[in-house]
Write a protein that binds this ligand. Structure first.
Ligand code: PMV
Length: 362
């Protein structure tokens, strides 16, 4: 058995974007975004990633176990490359410190930074299905590595920028509440960081209902989708230059005032604008499915019947709906969605079975 010398653990919740990040600045690397974005961090008791890291001189190379499966960290896979990037940054930082963390068995920080690590991480929800699993995963990893290596934020180094090297949206999962990720204005974009706008106590009545329309992994990973959109969608340029920044300001104001009608409308509009960009991409990207479309129609019908916006949907890069509402509307919204979407999910499953097995019976 492996002799564990140092160990740390951390968890991070997922976040749901209300002003979406879509598009990387290829010239700058490191997941530098072409637009600022904002998200709500969910309660860590619900959807979260949990990560444990052990370090030992006996480990000849790094190891990663993701949801119980060993990932080849030396390979070309997305997670392998991202993990290597984040660990390299944290190790460089650790090696520069005067002393290793007090609990460490290493004699120097430099020695600790040379030990191999075993990273064991799991998500409490479907991975890669558009519920920001990589955001939670890399935020947990960076938190964990920060404990293990004793690396903290300083004026010239930020955990936020390290988390975004793993997955852009991960930088927003390091804080609770409403978090903005600024695109940054310095030439090197080192100021592109996440910052908390309001903590989780600001709007305690806010709830969300999540409809898992499909737990399958998405067909187009977000990095690939963003590259294709940046290369082909004129609508994306417009969105990044003229839509996202003013919308973020409006949303911040609505959130400050706890104005659900305004917050809800901005959230839905931004989700629609993001999925319109996906359709404007060539060849187009489809993240929404029939159940997602039913959820959209259901929320608009619900709001029309209530004569005001009491529920608001949003979809990240997948078909699963996140529907925000305030406490007082949660039971009604859930009942309306359950009636429409669960029936929808059932219908589309039967449709698929029919198509595969016996098309003539459809
Ligand atoms: O951070 P990534 O590479 O998983 O991309 C996230 C993209 C969206 O979820 C669609 C939007 C966002 O801001 O989280």
């Amino acid at each position: 058995p492996l002799e564990v010398f140092d160990m740390a653990s951390a968890l991070a919740p997922t976040n749901i974007a209300v002003v979406k990040y879509w598009g990387k600045d290829a010239a700058r690397g490191g997941n530098t975004p072409i637009n600022s974005s904002a998200s709500l961090t969910l309660d860590p008791n619900d959807l979260r990633a949990e990560t444990v890291m052990v370090a030992s001189p006996e480990l000849r190379s790094d190891e990663l176990y993701l949801n119980g499966r060993k990932v080849d960290v030396k390979g070309d896979g997305t997670h392998a490359k991202r993990l290597r990037r984040c660990l390299a940054t944290m190790r460089r930082r650790c090696a520069k410190a005067k002393h290793p963390p007090r609990s460490s068995r290493a004699t120097s920080s430099e020695e600790l930074s040379r030990w191999g690590v075993r990273v064991v991480s799991r998500n409490t929800f479907p991975t890669a299905a558009g519920l920001a699993s990589s955001a939670a995963g890399y935020a947990a990893l960076v938190r964990c590595a920060s404990e293990l290596y004793g690396v903290r934020d300083t004026p010239s180094f930020s955990l936020s920028a390290t988390a975004r090297e793993g997955s852009g949206s991960a930088c927003r999962s390091l804080d609770g509440g409403l978090v903005a990720w600024r695109k940054g204005c310095r030439a090197d974009r080192a100021d592109s960081k996440a910052e908390q706008l309001f903590d989780e106590r600001h709007w305690p009545d806010l709830r969300c209902v999540i409809i898992v329309a499909s737990a399958a992994e998405k067909e187009t990973p977000s990095t690939e989708g963003m590259q294709r959109s940046v290369a082909t969608s004129p609508f994306l340029t417009h969105r990044a230059e003229a839509v996202a920044e003013p919308r973020l300001l409006d949303l911040q104001k609505a959130f400050r005032q706890r104005n659900f009608e305004r917050f809800g409308e901005l959230t839905m509009r931004d989700s629609n604008s993001f999925h319109a960009t996906c359709l404007d991409t060539f060849p187009p990207i489809f993240y929404l499915n029939e159940v997602s479309k039913r959820a959209i129609t259901c929320v608009h019908a619900f709001n029309a019947a209530q004569k005001r916006t009491r529920a608001a949907y949003t979809f990240d890069a997948g078909p699963n709906a996140v529907v925000f509402c305030e406490n007082e509307a949660a039971a009604d919204a859930f009942a309306a969605l359950a009636a429409t979407c669960f029936l929808g999910a059932d219908l589309s499953r039967r449709g698929l079975r029919g198509l595969t097995n016996a098309p003539e019976k459809l």
